[in-house]
Design a protein around this ligand. Structure first.
Ligand code: ADP
Length: 281
């Protein structure tokens, strides 16, 4: 039986907390850069979980959205952070009015619905949190919901997808072999220049010439990795700059605001980025 929650323990409007199960009606634009579509589809067919590795802003989230649309499965996305608890993923009892009601967390909701559950930046989550996915990633394909004494077997369409960025090189943020060896893994990286330019044209609404310059600038920032920057500009930042340019902003101003400033705080690194912008535009 549910433990009667203390007054004021959790007060919530249950409707605002329900997990959004996203059904994508229109094809999310995704430009494949290798055999990732085929590998993901095969993993889905074999009911294997998938891990997407790579730097931030290089298309992992868009790819999952695209695959959810292709496979006609609902999608549940969870942005992991260091406070993320097992209850945040699995569910908890809430007080609604005078009643105590159970609310599925996003992972449980995804399992029940036979959805794709995308845990973005999984290593950010607490270690004890990552353990709850283990029974879902082996032949059991089940989710024990301990607080409810429930053991949910995942339907065939349920699929677990995680992402992580090995580039940060933090010992604390390493993924344990016992976790990583459960997944089929796909490497993501910045797209080839001509592919990336096409993405920037499509997503940013700029002409090909401007897109090529943005891609060139992106490439130059990536060379600063380890020399002032933890990571260079991802495609996302190039798209942001393109959107500002398309709205009428001067290219150099747009690049400073959308690329240089988000990347760096150190005065030297900011100067270096400003020099790169002046050189390209
Ligand atoms: P990640 O999840 O790897 O951090 P996203 O998938 O959010 O990155 O990508 C950021 C943005 O870059 C997307 O919203 C999209 O506009 C663009 N993008 C990056 N790679 C691709 C790609 N291969 N095809 C289409 N759009 C892409």
């Amino acid at each position: 039986a549910p433990r009667p929650a203390a007054r004021n323990e959790v007060r919530a409007d249950i409707h605002t907390l329900a997990t959004p199960l996203v059904r994508l009606a229109n094809e999310p634009y995704y430009h494949a850069t290798g055999d990732e579509v085929e590998v993901f589809a095969a993993a889905a067919g074999s009911r294997l979980p998938v891990m997407l590795k790579g730097p931030t802003g290089c298309g992992k989230t868009r790819f999952v959205e695209h695959m959810a649309w292709r496979l006609k499965r609902p999608l549940v996305t969870v942005a992991c952070h260091d406070d993320l608890t097992t209850a945040d993923l699995v569910g908890r009892y809430l007080i609604v009015g005078d009643e105590t009601v159970w609310m599925d967390g996003p992972l449980t909701a995804a399992v029940r619905a036979g959805a794709i559950c995308y845990l973005d930046e999984i290593v950010e989550a607490r270690k004890d949190t990552t353990v709850v996915i283990h029974p879902l990633t082996d032949s059991r394909r089940a989710l024990p919901v301990e607080k409810r004494g429930e053991y949910i077997e995942a339907p065939p369409d349920f699929m677990l997808v995680i992402s992580w960025n090995p580039g940060y090189q933090s010992v604390l943020k390493e993924m344990k072999p016992s976790t990583r060896q459960r997944f089929v893994a796909l490497d993501f990286d910045y797209p080839q220049a001509d592919t990336e330019a096409r993405i920037v044209v499509h997503e940013g609404g700029v002409d090909a010439d401007t897109a090529q310059k943005l891609v060139k600038l992106g490439g130059l920032t990536r060379k600063l990795k380890g020399a002032g920057l933890d990571e260079g500009a991802g495609t996302r930042l190039l798209v942001h700059a393109a959107q500002l340019i398309a709205s009428g902003m001067a290219p150099a101003t747009a690049c400073t605001a959308a690329i240089a400033r988000p990347l760096a705080d150190e005065p030297d690194t900011r100067d270096a980025l400003d020099d790169l912008i002046r050189a390209v535009f």
